[in-house]
Design a protein around this ligand. Sequence first.
Ligand code: ADP
Ligand code: ASP
Ligand code: MG
Length: 408
Amino acid sequence: MSLIVQKYGGTSVGSPERIAHVADKVIQARAQGHDVVVVVSAMSGETDRLLKLAREIDPRPSERELDVLLSTGEQVTIALLSIALEKRGCPARSYTGAQVCIRTDSAHTKARIMDIDAARIFQDLKAGRVVVVAGFQGVDEHGNITTLGRGGSDTTAVALAAALKADECQIYTDVDGVYTTDPRIEPKARRLERITFEEMLEMASLGAKVLQIRSVEFAGKYNVPLRVLSSFTEGPGTLITSEEPSMEQALISGVTANRDEAKLTVTGVPDQPGIAHRILGPIAAANIEVDMIVQNVGEHGLTDFTFTVHRNDYDKALDIVKQTAKEMGAREVQGDNRIVKVSIVGVGMRSHAGIASQMFQTLAAEGINIRMISTSEIKISVVVDEKYLELAVRALHNAFKLDQAAQR
Ligand code: ADP
Ligand code: ASP
Ligand code: MG
């Protein structure tokens, strides 16, 4: 008998009818001879609703209390799904994260899973029950409720699959797999049969929110077979897998866009050793993560320094940089929070030159100005004005022929 962990996202449990449908799917998996552990998200829109409530009382609520509040969304759906399963004669038990000892660190609103005690779950499975676990939440060593960051139910599912040594972790969502780009932006996007952990991690990090980044990290680290499927339609979905030496690769697997960044530039900075540290030191001290960094070639002893941060940190970063610029005697600080990062990802890039120039040429042909560039072995990212997001994604998708199956 095999063990499967299934995760159903917000839209998949968005109404009593949808929950009934999920119960049928779980029962179907049991009928095929699998033990099933189910992880559910809150009903779609619920986490945002709770967040808004808290912010109406305090725009910057205590993160500990925010976790207590946000974790309630998932407590509703675990109970509703268990009720639906039992109504159909399928024994089931629901558990919060704390009840199945999903131990995390104490970083409220972005906690990391440290450990899971699988004993209780195994007991229930042995007794013939379906175990329904609340996604997105855990408990720290002091008994405080924590949450795992937006989209964190994916990570709960993969971590459980790793701890239980499940045969497969199935992520059921509102698309039938991982696509070459977000199908909401490019309708010609194509479902991928399989994608490597490495590429999926890069796509998730660069804006493809179909899987939370940490869930892919976990799956890669513990070699959890991971599949993304639709809860609405039947089909094989997309398998996320280790790279096999024989697996021939397309040059590019996907295009991503990330709207979460903002750009800051300090102009007329004295071109001396230690500039990067002077500017970014106070940013790091304020716990703000920096993504891309560009320092221009100096001229007449002065240079320009540009970096990007998460949009949520933009105002805070701008205040800090203005202060630093004043102290350094820099000319001025320019900020722009209406930018996006568009990237192409593919392990096939490693062995092929000329991909970058094809990307830049494609954007130029559309009249899209590139503001920053960063590259790694398997991705190229550019920062462009927000208004070009859709155009850039579609142009690149078309230029690299991603709507067609990989050329071998
Ligand atoms: P859930 O609530 O089930 O966790 P999410 O909204 O978090 O669902 O993730 C699914 C969404 O991810 C899709 O509706 C799709 O718009 C978006 N998405 C972004 N990039 C991709 C991609 N490359 N492939 C598939 N879906 C993507
Ligand atoms: N409910 C949480 C969110 O909306 C977690 C999840 O859906 O994965 O981010
Ligand atoms: Mg999600």
